[in-house]
Design a protein around this ligand. Structure first.
Ligand code: PBG
Length: 328
């Protein structure tokens, strides 16, 4: 045998020398759920280790994460039911607690990159990412609402906006609106290829944002989020977002869509982000809690795989765990 690949695996020194993929906290984006109020840190039952935070308790938690080397955070609002309506007006209201929190966070930690969520579902009494009328999700009528949210978020100080709504044409619409208002420095991390996935369950529990089970309201998001069976279509979505002015292209979920991440990385020059979603993290946590998998080994392997597939940035509920592990 002239070729013996095992020679290059024979010691930790050799393995380290030829390792192809390196993952660090630089690549990780840590999601936080924020609610209005004080002294709240409520654990999400279907996503153990993750909480709904009020700002006063979130700030010290963020500080601890920053000390561990995390630099980028994505914020999602848990909105009280009485503030929701059909048009999601609280999303850009002057007294919106989420926007005020972002300003406070950026004042306290100006060095971090703070990412928003642009979509109607946290604010919509129908629980959809767009406007619902006659049992349908309206596209073009949703765009001005998203643009208002985007401008309010840029004003609040978010560095990157994260449109997760999957309406057609929203990146270009938002980009133009932002530029007209002078927010040329605010970037867009587009949820370009977002699938109608069963793995968003714990997230919807966290925000109580699932489509409402009422007559006239579609039960799922299949008319705007992509069919998990499709891959070619991802190229169309990514191409549109690129030409409409996105700064990042995102694939979501991540672990079940590594082929799509890889395809985008091969075909586009923009940085690729991947969202390791709530259900993907929850299933690993559950297996570890049962003693079926070893967290400190399975978790980094999952994140490394997403990075190896081609994701430059990874949104993951394990960001702090990974930072803790690598700081040991
Ligand atoms: C909605 C949104 C969802 C997630 C992020 N933004 C859920 C959905 O589309 O219903 C899911 C993230 C996760 O599961 O971790 N705009």
């Amino acid at each position: 045998m002239l070729r013996r690949p095992r020679r290059n695996r024979s010691s930790a020194a050799i393995r380290g020398m030829i390792r192809e993929t390196h993952l660090s906290t630089d690549h990780l984006i840590y999601p936080f759920f924020i609610v209005d109020g004080k002294n709240i840190s409520e654990e999400i039952h279907s996503l153990p280790g993750n909480f709904r935070w009020s700002l006063d308790l979130l700030l010290p938690e963020m500080e601890a994460c920053i000390k561990l080397g995390l630099k980028t955070f994505i914020l999602f609002p848990g909105v009280a039911e009485q503030l929701k309506n059909k048009t999601g007006t609280y999303g850009y209201a002057k007294d919106n607690f989420y926007l005020k929190a972002a300003t406070e966070i950026k004042k306290r930690f100006p060095q971090i990159c703070l990412i928003s969520d642009v979509a109607m579902d946290p604010y919509s009494s129908d629980g959809h990412d767009g406007l619902v009328a006659d049992g349908r999700i309206l596209n073009d009528e949703t765009l001005p609402i998203l643009a208002k949210m985007a401008i309010a978020q840029a004003e609040a100080g978010f560095d990157l906006l994260g449109p997760s709504d999957m309406m057609d044409g929203r990146i270009g619409y938002m980009r133009e609106a932002l530029d007209e208002q002078g927010f040329t420095k605010t970037g867009i991390m587009a949820y370009s290829v977002k699938y109608a996935s069963a793995f968003y369950g714990p997230f919807r529990d966290a925000l109580d944002s699932a489509p409402k089970d009422e007559v006239g309201i579609p039960k799922d998001k299949k008319t705007y989020q992509m069919d998990p069976a499709n891959k070619q279509e991802a190229l169309i979505e990514a191409e549109l977002d690129l030409t409409e002015g996105a700064d990042f292209l995102m694939v979501k979920p991540a672990l079940h869509y590594l082929d799509v991440i890889h395809m985008l990385k091969e075909n586009f020059e923009l940085p690729i982000a991947a969202y390791h979603v709530s259900g993907e993290c929850a299933m690993l946590t559950a297996a570890c809690q049962n003693g079926w998998l070893e967290f400190d080994k399975a978790m980094p392997e999952a994140l490394l795989s997403i990075h190896r597939a081609g994701a430059d940035a990874i949104i993951t509920y394990f960001a702090k765990d990974y930072a803790l592990l690598t700081n040991k």
